[in-house]
Design a protein around this ligand. Structure first.
Ligand SMILES: Nc1ncnc2c1ncn2[C@@H]1O[C@H](COP(=O)(O)OP(=O)(O)OP(=O)(O)O)[C@@H](O)[C@H]1O
Length: 865
């Protein structure tokens, strides 16, 4: 039986509901066990005890509709799949229909756990229910989609600006049963502060993490919603400390734009994340919101075939990431065009040496460059010119030779001419001038194709203007193309470092150079892409004809748009088409952990979104050591457009205790950072333990203690009512009791390794962050503890600190903070220390030199205090 309850409070009185972490004084949350739970607040004229039942009635109707629609969708899908397609067009249309039905089905299935989460009562008497997807019953709107304009006040109404609302209600559903309603009543002048839908928010945040991010449409806060619904144009930067919901905001914004902006839907959204692991972590959010026109990728994944390249060393990453590298690549390619000896290029034709003078080569280069921007296209023009010149030189030489021969036989030729004049009939009519010219042309054309097919000439042309793949171009550039002229910004030693990478496997840092080279070369993705391009041109041509011949359409839609719409019913789905095509441009680009991108990587993204409709989220304080910390404006210089900056200020992930504990680090990394607020408190003071992870079986004790601690979390209130921020002493006392309990539990669990603690695994998540993940995994294996480096759903995940970016777990142990700071930088340590939603434990032998400040529970040995 789920706990049920209701809370009511006056609406927040501030424009931006702020100062969370301090729930409103008059807020109350109750559950089924508290006697007056359902009778504390009046709301909308219906006695409170009945409100759960009233909502349940509506929710039941919605579930009935949902079930019906799911059934119908399944029938329509199988009918569509069973349909015979007469031709390619019909097949494409059928596939598109199946995909559309599938996307709707996925969205409804994801919505099933909470098909309704909000209820608005408006002053005008209208009552609206909100959900993750819209649902109708005939003409009646049972649920409106959270992105519809009418849903906006749910996220933004305040006591000062109620936007026509009488009441805002957050509804919590478990197993199709309404278990909570939290009301904000408008029109009351009482001054209340806090987050909106606080009860629902705290319940959502207190749930155990399961290795996957979930959508948060039910509890989006107003500062987040403002970003989600911000205008699409331009580059919007969202700066925020760890856990402030940047990823949540970015993904909900993608869903919002796909719903509201047809241009975005047509071209799709690109979401860039720092690793494949992170992309798996966020992978459920957009499908849960019914959105499939989304490509998620790492930067490296944008070049098909390079999605799993490794990282570069910090030095190589820094050198290759600099924007000057773009000029270096371009300069190198230009230097390959038409290079020859000072006097020109000598080649052999028909046993003779032929010189193409340098002046001729230079003018061919100039001509080619004015005709085409891309290396490969310009090369064709250049080759045409040189072949023409070569043919002319050879033909001239032949003619000169003939002249020589003729002059040697002048007397004989004179006699022959006289004989011919005497007896014209004997030798036929004499050719006139025109015939001779035509014959000369034919001879020259033939000569030209012989020259063009000659291996020696082909080789010479390749030397003069090489045909290259991006990989060949970058390899040659690294190996031989970095000198004072092409790369004056690099020292001799730096050039050597880069040259060493020429023959090594590509790294993430090399990918933007390859992309830059591909762009400059004008590389076609593949035959398929070329074919697709031809098809596109044909479609546009056809669309133009359609527009011209259909009355009333001209001016309403462009041929390109019409062609794109036709293309939507085409072959593969958008995500597959876009990912396979390096030159695809997106309707919107979202970049997570954006502080990590180098200028060269920004150039890659700029090419993929020429209209610069981007949402960039990140935290300057979390920037890796190899990148210079700078302002966002400096960071994004390569986008060549001034960004708008928004800042998130409330931590949703970690409890107050952890936010306080990492404050000194934050201050050191970003002295100008505002103090971060936290939504909740757990009472668990982070532990700083003197010890080593393989000493005294500490690791085993921690791993198993945490497994045991999960049951305690529920039993002692975590996950229930919002815990208010307590006095530090009280929290500390509780933390000590907790840690002792953990130690005891750990000891018990150790004695009974396959017992209760094991059985509870999977309820909460744990991560161990260390510089030696392989060694720790081996230790855990010996201890018989299940752990994984990749599977975030594993009961225990072992990660290197840099791999923890963007992720979160209920319980986190960070091993050897000083070494992490020394080897990976302070910012990476900060990342590691901010991953926990419940408890944080730091283990290191001896004193910790990094200044972690006073808000830690320092212990001699973890678990034995
Ligand atoms: N409005 C919200 N309702 C419910 N949960 C939320 C809300 N906002 C954020 N969260 C939760 O808070 C946690 C942190 O959010 P998120 O990962 O988006 O933070 P972040 O700013 O991207 O952190 P980092 O800088 O570490 O990447 C997640 O569990 C997320 O689901």
């Amino acid at each position: 039986m789920p706990e049920t309850g209701q809370s009511a409070r006056t609406a927040p009185h501030t424009e931006q509901p702020a100062a969370p972490g301090h729930p409103a004084p008059d807020s109350a949350t109750a559950d089924a066990s508290s006697a007056d739970a359902s009778s504390t607040a009046p709301a909308a004229g219906v006695p409170l005890p009945d409100q759960l039942a009233v909502e349940q009635q509506h929710v039941d109707r919605v579930y009935t509709r949902l079930d019906d629609e799911l059934e119908q969708l399944a029938e329509r899908e199988s009918a569509a799949l069973g349909q015979e397609a007469e031709d390619g067009v019909a097949l494409n249309e059928r596939d598109a229909e199946v995909r559309r039905l599938g996307a709707r089905r996925t969205a409804l299935q994801h919505a099933e756990h909470a098909v309704v989460f909000g209820h608005l009562d408006r002053e005008d008497g209208l009552s609206l229910h909100l959900g993750p997807v819209g649902l109708r019953d005939g003409d009646e709107r049972l649920v409106i989609d959270w992105r519809a304009p009418a849903a906006e006040p749910f996220y933004t109404a305040t006591a000062r600006a109620p936007q026509g609302l009488r009441r805002r209600r957050h509804i919590t559903i478990e197993n199709r049963t309404v278990v909570h309603v939290d009301d904000d009543l408008f029109g009351d002048t009482a001054d209340a502060q806090g987050v909106t839908g606080e009860g629902a928010l705290i319940r959502a945040l207190s749930r155990s993490r399961d290795g996957r991010m979930h959508e948060a449409v039910a509890t989006l806060q107003s500062e987040q919603d403002a970003i989600v619904r911000a205008p699409r144009a331009g580059v919007l930067v969202v700066q925020g400390a760890p856990g402030t919901g940047k990823t949540v905001v970015a993904l909900h914004r993608a869903a919002y734009l796909l719903y509201r902006a047809p241009e975005v839907l047509r071209r799709g959204v690109l979401v860039i994340g720092p690793s494949a692991r992170f992309l798996r972590y966020i992978g459920d959010v957009l499908p849960a919101l019914g959105e499939t026109n989304v490509v998620t990728s790492t930067i490296a994944g944008l070049l098909p075939g390079l999605d799993d390249v490794g990282p570069a060393t910090p030095e190589v990453a820094r050198l290759l990431g600099s924007a000057t590298m773009a000029e270096t690549v371009e300069g190198f390619l230009l230097s390959l065009q038409g290079t020859s000896a000072p006097e020109g290029c000598t080649l052999t034709w028909d046993g003779d040496e032929v010189l193409i003078p340098r002046g001729v080569i230079e003018s061919a280069v100039d001509h080619a460059r004015t005709q085409h921007r891309h290396h490969d296209d310009a090369r064709e023009v250049f080759v045409e010119r040189i072949l023409g010149e070569l043919t002319r030189i050879v033909a001239d030489a032949d003619e000169a030779l003939l002249d020589d021969v003729e002059s040697g036989f002048e007397a004989e030729v004179g006699q022959l001419d006289a004989a011919l004049a005497r007896n014209q009939d004997a030798v036929g009519p004499r050719q006139d001038e025109e015939d001779r010219a035509a014959q000369k042309d034919i001879a020259e054309t033939q000569l030209r194709s012989e020259i063009a097919a000659d291996d020696g000439v082909i080789q010479a042309l390749d030397d003069l203007w090489p045909r290259l793949t991006p990989e060949q171009a970058v390899t040659r550039m690294l190996r031989e193309g970095l000198d004072d002229e092409t790369a004056p910004q690099l020292s001799a030693q730096e050039r050597e470092v880069l040259a060493e990478t020429a023959e090594q496997p590509w790294t993430v840092a090399h990918v933007p150079l390859l992309d830059e080279a591909a762009e400059l070369l004008g590389e076609e993705d593949s035959d398929e892409a070329a074919a697709a391009e031809t098809a596109r041109r044909r479609r546009i041509d056809h669309a133009r004809r359609v527009i011209a011949s259909t009355a009333g359409v001209a001016g309403l839609v462009s041929a390109e748009d019409l062609a794109e719409r036709a293309a939507e019913a085409d072959t593969r789905d958008l995500a597959t088409r876009a990912l396979a095509d390096r030159t695809w441009t997106y309707g919107h680009v979202i970049v997570d952990e954006a502080q990590e991108l180098t200028p060269m990587q920004w150039r890659m993204l700029a090419r993929r979104c020429p209209v610069r409709s981007m949402t960039v989220v990140g935290d300057i304080a979390q920037t890796s050591a190899e990148l210079d910390t700078a302002t966002w404006e400096e960071r994004l210089a390569e986008l060549r457009t001034a960004p708008r900056l928004e800042e998130l200020s409330i931590c949703y992930r970690s409890p107050r205790e952890l936010v306080d504990a990492v404050e000194p680090l934050l201050h050191e990394l970003r002295p100008d950072a505002h103090r971060l607020d936290a939504v909740r408190s757990s009472g668990d003071i982070p532990v700083l333990a003197d010890g080593d992870i393989d000493e005294d079986e500490l690791l085993t004790i921690w791993a198993k203690a945490k497994a045991k601690a999960r049951a305690r979390g529920t039993a002692t209130g975590r996950g229930r009512a919002p815990a208010t921020v307590r006095g530090r002493a009280e929290a500390r006392a509780k933390a000590e009791a907790v840690t002792d309990a953990e130690a005891e539990a750990g000891a018990r669990a150790e004695a009974n390794a396959n017992g209760e603690a094991e059985a509870e695994r999977g309820v909460e998540s744990r991560a161990l962050i260390t510089l030696e993940p392989a060694r720790v995994l081996a230790l855990l294996e010996v201890a018989g503890i299940d752990a994984s480096a990749d599977d975030l759903r594993s009961p225990l995940v072992v990660l290197a600190p840099e791999a923890a970016k963007g992720l979160e777990f209920d319980h986190v142990l960070v091993h050897a903070p000083d070494r992490i700071a020394e080897q990976k930088g302070l910012a990476t340590l900060y990342v590691a220390l901010t991953r926990a939603t419940a408890t944080m434990t730091v283990v290191q032998q001896g004193d910790v030199r990094v200044d972690l400040g006073p808000a830690w529970d320092r212990r001699q040995l973890f678990g034995t205090a």
